[in-house]
Each structure stands twice: as structure tokens, then as C-alpha cells.
Design a binder for this molecule. Sequence first.
Ligand SMILES: Cc1ncc(COP(=O)(O)O)c(C=O)c1O
Length: 451
Amino acid sequence: MARSFQVSRRRFLGGSAAALGGLSTGLLGDVLQAQPKAPPRAMALAALKPSGALDEAYWWKVRGQFNVVDGLTFMNNGTYGPTPRVVLEALGKYERELAEDPTDNYRNDGRDEVRRKMAAFVGATADEIALTRSTSEGMNIFIRGLDWKAGDEVVYCTHEHGGGIQPLQQIEARYGVKLVKIEVPSPPESVEQIVKIYERAMTAKTRLIMVSHMTYVTGLLTPIKELAALAHSKGALISVDGAHPLGMLDLNLAATGIDHYAAAGQKWLLAGTGTGVCYVKRDVQDKIWPLMGYADLKTTNDPKAASYGARRYELGGQRNVPSFMAMAEAMEFHDAIGRNNVEARVRQLSTKLRAGLKGIPGVKMWTSEDPQFAAGLTLFSVHTIPMENVVKGIYDFNHVWIRTMATGNLNGVRAATHVYNTPDEVDRLLEAVTHVAKNASRYMSTTQAAR
Ligand SMILES: Cc1ncc(COP(=O)(O)O)c(C=O)c1O
């Protein structure tokens, strides 16, 4: 079977992928050869605005804005996404500006501009947005910012991420809060089934539902609007871990009724390291103590503090200004394509992937095929082959990079499909999975898979 590496059409569209610096040649040694050293410049975002049908030629133009090395099919931006050139250049520009003129080192006005952009991007108001360094920071801000007492209860499911669980464990140890863990089937049958599972776990003492908008395990898209209505009907709040949907789905947080949403910039938004956002609904802000801020009415007695809105949840000291500022360019990149177009493309690619996987004997799908329960993440197993061997087998066969998923004990591997991926790359993954499934005995043991 052909296993030659693809030559990117980017070469015909204004330059090849190139960002070699810092990559491990151990992993990608054979992919990296013969790639030019200087990355091509970013295309003006206006040139990315669709002017007609969003055909494959258009998506090649989008793909051409990434420096992912030729020959590597990268399908794990669920962990960390490659930054498009416009973001990479913006990061460099802001670093340079600070080096040349350090008089405005906090860039408060600039960050407020990013805050306003973020508010429009997620469907909120600017005073509900705190700019953070990660999803985990946002989860800590809300969960640890509440006043807790012994006996209070929190409901969450077995597929939550450590970023949301760790603050729960702290309030359990510190205040005697009871953590109630529930299980949601993979895949679920209906919205009603999911809501019922949460409802059954709630008591008069439940103060919070903590839930991922999209679980990092199976990629389950949860009905947060219905869960918000459930929480509020019982006098509880709802905190949402939104690490994945920011930059994947066209969000409108206000329309969901949730109290809190913490998201990552480095995953689907493609904004790079140390970026994130924490939404705290305006009318619950008086319940959430700032963990680190200086703009805190309760501790400073500053009469202006209420007007700081969610700014009060941000660290008051020096931050990584370039990372925060370049979130603007990441959002502009998405907006140039169109948030609805991004979501549609992500769904198109993942639907193609799931349809293909379904047809491969030996593949078990953990992600729902129903679009209301799934979007850009797909979790599957291949026979009972250990997940590490599946990942390695796929990479060795076709240089497609996906990841293992230990949480939930499903022995699954997870693929993410974003706008820089192509239908051809989905085919490459399917081809590699077919090969691993057909040669299962060879991949059953680690030693054999290493051959
Ligand atoms: C669902 C979920 N929540 C939280 C996190 C933690 O993200 P961050 O590194 O932005 O804190 C992740 C990271 O993979 C995740 O998948």
C-alpha cells in the first residue's frame, strides 16, 4: 500500500510549511527533510473572506496559512492547536513592541479591546469576560471563588477533565463539600436521558453542576442549556468546562443561560500558549470572590470595583501581554472564515471520519453519530488493541498524529478535525486505521507494534 508522504499544495499557493525550530527530529525526522527554513508570510485576512462557494480550493487557501510541516497530518488540536501565521506574526510583533517601547507594559487598553472582541465572539458582554491563561484557571476562578460550607454538594460526570475536577477536590478537602459523580452512557440516547441522570443525582443540598460542554473523552456535546434550566430550577448554579468548543462551535453563551464558562485559547481557537477565557454571568458575579485580583470590591472597598465586571477575576500583576493580545488575531482569523463556516467544516470532516470508521471491521465508535451530541472530536477503539499501539501504528503507517485517551477506561484513541485538515487527510487516517485493524495480531503487543 502506498505510504509516500503527501506534497502539500501550499507550495502552489504561496509557500510551503516550514516551522522547523523546536520540533523533535526524533519524532518527525523523516518528515522534516528538505523543508525551507524561513516561514512564508501570513496572507492578509481580507483575502480569506469567502467570496463564493467554500470548495476545496478555498480550504486549501486556509490550510496554506499554517506552518504544520509537510507530511505530518496533525489531528490533535484537542490538546494543542497549531497557530496560523497571522497569530504567529502578531506574537512576534507584540514582543518586539514591548522590547522597543516598554512604557506601556500592561497594555490595559489593548487587553480591553481583546475582551470586547472575545465578548462578541462568544455571545456575552465585555464585563462578563476575564482573559485567562487556560481553561483550568477559569475553572478554579469560579469553583474556588464561591463561598462553600460543609455538606454542600456538586454533581459532575466521570468524563470530566482534571482542570475542572482539581478545584472540586480542593473544596472537598477544604470545606467538606460532597462530590457526587455520575455516569453518562457513550453515546447517550437523548437529551432527556442525560438531563434525567443529572436530575436523579441532585438533592436539596446541590449547589453546583459542573459539566463539560464537550467532554474531552468521547467528544460528547452536552445539552448545557437544558442542564442550566435544571440547575436553576433547583436553586443551583452551573459551571461549564468549555475547553473545546471555543473556536470549534459558533457559540452564544448568553442564549444558554449558564452561569460560568471556562475555555482554552490554545486548542480550537488556535491562539497559542497561555491563553483562555472565563465567562462569569453578570448577575452571579457578586457570589464569586476573585482568587487573585486587585479589583475586588469585597477586599478593597473600592467603590469602582463593581464596574470592573469580570476584570476583577484576572491576575492584577504582569501577564504575558503578547499571548493575551494575539488572541485578537486568532479571533480575526476565525471571523475572516466565518464562525459558522468553521463549525460547518469541522462537522463536515468529522462526519466523514465517523462514516469511514463505521465501515472498518473491528472499529468500535464511542462518539455519537448524532450531530446534536458530537462535533470535532472522535473517539474509537480498534479491536482490543492497546490504544498506545493503535496511535503508534497509525503514525508509523501514514504519519497521522492522534492521541490515546485513558480516562473512562475505554481503550480509545481520539482524533480532532479542524479547518487546517483536509478530506484527503481524513482518508489517510482511515487508510491507516484499516491497516491496523486488518493486521490486529501484529499490533496486540507493544513489542510487536514497535517493529
Ligand atoms: C475538557 C478539558 N478541560 C480542561 C482542560 C485543561 O485545559 P487547559 O490546559 O486550557 O487548562 C482540557 C485539556 O485538554 C480539556 O480537554
